[in-house]
Design a protein around this ligand. Structure first.
Ligand code: GLU
Length: 416
């Protein structure tokens, strides 16, 4: 039978497995299986040639029992409502496992940002905010960057929101440029948080990080920062990286500076001098100690999971591994650091950003990283200990920790 790759079906199946272990009350299970609210809207955008194009946008507020919904906005040609629902569900489990007082949400626009000029991108970003402004807010739902959205887009969205409300409210969106109230360390935060979990997993498995080999799939904000931190801060040898156009390999390690410079110049990592081009498929199947999927969903499936040779799979992407692939990797003894634990560093520093905005008092990067390390290390061990205690894999362990916390908040509120 062909594998079901619908991300929301996958997110629901993962929850179902955890609900069975927890013997979750059926009404609670039914409630947590669905988003609480979702918004579908059109965004008309005046294009540079004078024509108007209508884009489709979504915002899903999956669950806000523990606090305002929180999660990024993606701009992607393959965006679907089910992808946004899945990502919003994963944000709910992510904020719970990281133990920050927020719920889960996600947004998306079906568009190809590569085909848009800067001005068109700005009008689309402002249009998104105009469509959703009345439904978000500091105490309701706080967006952030995600795939193909960056601090400049957050700045335009913040400005549009503040024009509409007539007030300064920087905490309404996170991942902002520093000049507009962004947090030090927010750029590398997802990668940094993931590296802290890799450090903890390596300790448990007796893997020496210094000189351990690593391959990274994806070279956007998360993958490129992961390359730099893995090489420069944690002493790993990153032998392969890739983006959507393909990958590069050098058995002696790839320099983050060289690859970043080449990617800025050509828009791709392939053909970087001193490296060998490889395919994304080859990258995933390399004989490395640590594999970091840092791109998009459904990259490790039943079709390639058997060929994965890494000892640790650290999921900096959201939803990179399908449930069938999960079973295969677990049977092979691969240690998976599941996505909503591994990549929780981004939203954790987003929460720090909201706190700093509220106090109008800003921390330096070393304080941000110290606090991030504490949160990530605590979350990692909560998940690992839960998995050991209940004799389940790490993903189910992460679900048990997260679902317990969300369900308790729902119960205390008397919703179910
Ligand atoms: N988009 C990031 C994620 O998937 C960060 C979300 C946020 O900071 O709210 O975790």
């Amino acid at each position: 039978m062909k594998e079901n790759l619908n991300p929301f079906a996958i997110a629901q199946a993962q929850l179902d497995e955890a609900a069975a272990v927890l013997q979750l009350d059926p009404a609670m299970h039914a409630f947590l299986r669905e988003p609480m609210r979702e918004f579908h809207f059109t965004i008309p955008v005046r294009m540079d040639d004078g024509s108007t194009r209508v884009f489709k946008g979504f915002r899903v507020q999956y669950n806000d029992a523990r606090g305002p919904a929180k999660g990024g906005i993606r701009f992607h040609p393959d965006e679907t409502i089910d992808t946004v629902r899945a990502l919003a569900a994963w944000m709910t489990w992510k904020t719970a496992v990281a133990d920050v007082p927020l719920g889960g949400g996600k947004g998306g626009v079906i568009c190809n940002p590569r085909e848009l000029s800067q001005n068109e991108l700005e009008r689309l970003s402002r249009g998104y905010m105009r469509a959703i402004a009345r439904h978000i807010g500091l105490t309701k739902d706080v967006p952030a960057p995600d795939v193909n959205t960056h601090p400049q887009i957050m700045a335009w969205m913040l400005d549009e929101y503040e024009i509409l409300t007539g007030k300064h409210e920087p905490g309404v969106i996170t991942g902002k440029p520093l000049e507009l109230g962004g947090s030090a360390g927010r750029g590398p935060a997802t990668a940094m948080g993931g590296m802290f979990t890799i450090r903890e997993a390596a300790k448990l498995l007796g893997i020496q990080l210094e000189g351990a080999t690593c391959a990274i799939q994806g070279y956007g904000n998360v993958g490129s920062h992961a390359h730099r931190l893995a090489s420069d801060v944690f002493g790993l040898k990153v032998v392969a990286v890739s983006d959507e156009f393909g990958g590069i390999y050098n058995e002696h390690g790839l320099s983050p500076d060289d690859v970043t410079r080449h990617q800025r110049r050509t828009g791709k990592v392939i053909d970087c001098p001193g490296t060998e081009n490889i395919t994304n498929k080859e990258l995933l199947e390399l004989d490395v100690d640590i594999l970091i999927p840092a791109a998009i969903e459904n990259q490790i499936t039943s079709a390639n999971a058997n060929n994965i040779r890494a000892k640790i799979v650290a999921e900096l992407a959201n939803g990179p591994t399908t449930p069938e692939a999960d079973n295969i990797l677990n049977d092979k003894g691969v240690y998976i650091i599941p996505d909503f634990l591994c990549n929780a560093g981004g939203v954790t520093v987003s929460y720090f950003e909201m706190v700093q905005n509220a106090y109008q008092f800003y921390w330096d990067e070393s304080l941000v990283n110290e606090r991030l390390d504490k949160k990530m290390t605590t979350a990692f061990h909560a998940v690992h200990n839960m998995a050991q205690a209940k004799k389940v894999d790490t993903r189910v362990g992460a679900y048990l920790v997260a679902v317990n916390r969300v369900a308790e908040a729902v119960r205390l509120r008397g919703w179910v």
